[in-house]
Design a protein around this ligand. Sequence first.
Ligand code: PMP
Ligand code: GLN
Length: 385
Amino acid sequence: MTSSFNPVFAKQGTTIFTVMSALANEHKAINLGQGFPDVDGPESIRSAAAKALMEGPNQYAPMPGMPQLRQALSAHARHYYGLDYDWATETLVTSGATEALTAAIMALAGSGDEVVLIEPSYDCYRPIAEAVGATVRSVKLQPPHWRLTEEALAAAVTPRTRVIVINTPLNPIGRVFDAGEMAVLAKVVAASNANVVSDEVYEHLTYDGQKHISLASLPGMRGRVARVGSAGKIFSLTGWKVGWVTGPAELVSVITKAHQFLTFTTSPALQLGVAHGLAHEMEFPRLLAARLQENRDAVAAGLREIGFEILPCEGSYFLTAGIAGLTNEKDRAFCERLAKEAGVALIPLSVFFSPGGPDTYVRFALCKSRTLLDEALARLKAHFR
Ligand code: PMP
Ligand code: GLN
């Protein structure tokens, strides 16, 4: 019977985030798997949304988004990246970055096209590219430095490549592509027929003074890049699922056509809350990044003592570590056992790779209170003693 279903979805398991969160609940494990903060974002944003819920509007928002939020998105891109996007034709509000990514990939690639992914890659890119009938070609970054090289990227791009999906700061490895890597991307994109879907949901969460570079801000790139963002990550409101696309009118217009048939619109009250946040609460992500950097240092020190190999971590919610010094198990078996026996749930890195990727690394979520992280470290220490 399942043979009559779309094989892309029929053959899928449940996402690792749901699997590990369920395992954490079942075994009362501390959940450092699925990336969600344990403290909600600014009260003024929640109040603005609550006010809008009570006073309206509560009917369908305009299909491309509330003007207040779209104007704030345009101002945000100008302020942080010097990118000028006309709010009325070059911004789109979506139901989370997930919907933005789906709409963008659906709109920019089709049957017979090629989509290039940089692995490890966030889990939703591949199934959507395959569901639209595109063939995925992947560039596998190599541990421990995970650097993007021109040779590897150029080898994956062909005349049939229509979309290159990039993600910086990169979930799961916490890489932030530097100026050299961004220049390589710009060079390869300029020589290709491809547009770029640029997943920048962790744009404000970088460490050690390293700046997030938006590919669209490089010479010649503005017209080729659809930038994807998420209020969930900027304001620690992951349950809200308010995301967006900013980009040249030509790309945003076709992505909007996909959006109109996916979700059509997003809660107006939440959009107004996020518009308030972009105008008044940008200190919040700056302080969050500083707190995450402290968490990174504390968790890295604790894990190093236990025997984990700590990999560089420049941004995002996540720290990755090698387990080869601790076990002969593969990452997934290790994570499943740790949730049950040590009471700490993690994410195995192999799920972010196509077959043949590394399978001895795990991901720790840093977006948690220090008390919880310290308790998780204590449990791991006791387990490996
Ligand atoms: N892209 C990346 C890299 C992510 O980590 C996430 C987080 N969940 C998303 C997209 C999806 O964001 P949202 O929750 O806004 O759909
Ligand atoms: N982006 C989050 C993570 O990587 C999870 C989002 C989800 O559960 N789909 O942990």
